[in-house]
Design a protein around this ligand. Sequence first.
Ligand code: PMT
Length: 394
Amino acid sequence: MLSLTNKRILLGITGGIAAYKCAELSRLFIKAGAEVRVVMTRAATEFVTPLTMQALTGNRVHLDLLDTEAEAAMGHIELARWADMILIAPATADFIARLANGEADDILSTVVLASSCHMAIAPAMNQAMWGDDSTQDNLQTLKNRHYQIYGPAEGEQACGDIGPGRMLEPEILLRLSADMFESGALAGKHCVITGGPTREALDPVRFISNHSSGKMAYALAAEAAAAGARVTLISGPVNLPTPDRVTRVDVISARDMLKATMDNMDSADVFIGVAAVADYRPESEQQQKIKKSDQEMTLALVKNPDIISEVAALENRPLVVGFAAETNDIVENGRGKLEKKKLDLLFANNATETFNSDSISVTAISTDGDTELPTANKNVVAREMLQLISERLK
Ligand code: PMT
């Protein structure tokens, strides 16, 4: 299935008759999971209305560099940074010439000049204009700057000529755009990740918990989103900002975490249990603050549900990936947990080094054997972990 999950596509429309096809194109992009924003040249508005594009994308259309209202909502530099890809469709001969010359005299050419994202154009023009040396020279200039040139198709033209110059159909532009993001190793997958500690309340002011900072889970969530996944991060109480393009569900206790996990299992392709879940909770939570007395105090604890084991026991289970932070016999203990909890893959790490640290080293354990991932920043290791996960998904 074609997927543009999480991708941000800026559709630049210039003034050609094929502009009317952009309504269908933006609809297809959105259906494939992309967020779409539209920038139109003045000439483009003669062929398709900004209102149509706004209604289809749910976002205000950008028409003017000097439109203070639009700039206040999202300025043109912000727009240039926002996009993962800019597709100019249709791209007229005139606009191609302006791009090749590096002009920045309207909002679309300015955004293009200010952006370092993937660039693609879908030319559309009369066949003689397409064949003209100056157009071909301009296209070569853009190719040298790593622009993708999509089409054009050949056939009967609006002007009655026959030859090359028709804009490619929206379905083909969708496929070419999705192919460009193919490198997203988790494109279109739903990845559910638990992270951080859980807190098990003793009374209104006290709880049992641990030192997990959430850094490892948040790094995995950010990198999975960057690899094209739809990410749900079920997070215990931590002090970290939500990574871009990640849906975060905040929970407190192990039982909350179990419920939030199960709520997401129908659509999950991968479950990654990074959370340091409290194995036990107080037998009962006191409604009033427990008072100090002269007596010793004994806490009665009961077992919490084992979230990852419950996921692994589902009939239609996703790929199930666990973690184990161990103080001794790291790999042996990790392998024991992999087998006991019936996991597909487990990342064993040294508990005395990894809690709240920015770096980690792990051993990836599976029935196929062990792989060492040497010490590095948690984001770097997260990318290597996701590579192993995506290989297993295949
Ligand atoms: O958050 P950071 O500061 O970045 O630290 C990262 C980390 C140390 C928390 C992380 O690398 C890690 O190792 N997480 C797992 C901690 C642990 O030791 O878990 P465990 O051995 O108790 O559990 C093994 C697996 O079962 C884990 O995937 C855990 O999420 C899961 N589990 C455990 C208990 C339980 N009741 N339910 C579970 O799902």
